[in-house]
Ligand binder design. Structure first.
Ligand SMILES: O=C(O)CCCC[C@@H]1SC[C@@H]2NC(=O)N[C@@H]21
Length: 293
């Protein structure tokens, strides 16, 4: 019964370029769900024609806090769907790179190792796409995602004057708060036309106290004010941090990692090598001394 009612997907864009993509995707009925799941596609401009019972994801709030050039600018929002991860991985080639799908409720939420992810209202649940050339560093991208989540939470605390909420990474892909799991990261990839198509999914207990605890429950304990984390602020802060960290990762850390696992890497402490650092169109050369641990 649950799975048979169609999922409504609203296609939204930050700028007119992304809004045009949304219009063309709607006209072409481009998005599908796996297992022939029923889907109805609408545009952001049609959101106001609907009444939603509970607090829906506020697309404008998210877009206004987003300051990226690539990630999160094309957004698919659904009040209820099987899994955001299914939407992005099943439609990877139809979606622009960096597109995100966010849902208020999932009824087939996926965790790692074929586990289910409990997906109640209040939980921030989203998946996004990225494309990578170098397969050696694909397994490391989950570290960057985890780090961007904790950095985003810090950023939202700073901006709102909240006390610091100490969400920690259990490396590489779990998030813990006061010893309880409050979030997890799921990264999957496929290889096509010499590119790695990576889908990254994030589940973070922002306002749902079950099944463990959530950011707002701990904030309430630590603060006298009634302010709360909003999913939109956390997700926008995530993409703002992720875009910066991902560029560093690909251009610098990824490069170093690749070098360190290649045969050309000098293996003796004390050896001096030149490391080239690519920064947009500039190349900077640094002489570094090898320290073997
Ligand atoms: O800890 C884990 O096992 C990873 C959980 C990942 C859950 C998120 S929620 C958004 C996205 N959609 C899914 O179906 N799963 C991921």
């Amino acid at each position: 019964m649950e799975t048979s009612s169609p999922s409504t997907l609203f296609l939204c864009g930050k700028s007119s370029a992304e809004v045009e993509i949304a219009k063309s995707m709607k006209i072409n009925d481009a998005l599908k769900l796996p297992d022939a799941g029923q889907v109805s596609t609408l545009l952001q401009s049609e959101i106001n024609n609907f009444r939603f019972d509970e607090e829906p994801f506020n697309v404008d709030l998210f877009m206004n806090s987003l300051s990226t050039n690539r990630f999160g600018r094309f957004l698919v929002w659904s009040p209820r769907l099987p899994s955001t991860h299914d939407v992005v991985s099943h439609n990877f080639c139809e979606l622009p790179i960096g597109a995100v799908c966010v849902a208020d409720v999932q009824f087939k939420g996926r965790g790692r190792s074929k586990n289910a992810w409990e997906s109640p209202r209040g939980c921030l649940m989203y998946s996004f796409t990225l494309q990578m050339d170098d397969g050696k560093i694909v397994p490391l991208v989950q570290y960057v995602v985890s780090l961007a989540v904790t950095e985003a939470i810090k950023d939202v605390c700073d901006r709102n004057g909240f006390p610091y909420i100490d969400v920690r990474i259990k490396w590489p892909n779990d998030l813990y708060l006061n010893g309880l799991k409050v979030g997890g990261i799921l990264c999957t990839s496929t290889y096509k036309s010499k590119k790695f198509n990576v889908s990254s999914g994030i589940g973070l207990n922002v306002g749902n106290e079950k099944p463990t605890t959530c950011l707002n429950a701990i904030l309430k304990e630590l603060s006298t004010s009634s302010n709360e984390f909003r999913r939109e602020d956390v997700m926008a802060a995530f993409f703002n941090k992720f875009e910066m960290l991902y560029d560093i990762f690909v251009n610098q850390v990824g490069y170093l990692w690749e070098l360190s696992t290649s045969q050309d890497w000098p293996s003796e402490s004390g050896q001096r090598v030149i490391v080239q650092e690519k920064n947009e169109d500039r190349v900077v050369e640094n002489v570094v001394t090898v320290q073997c641990c």
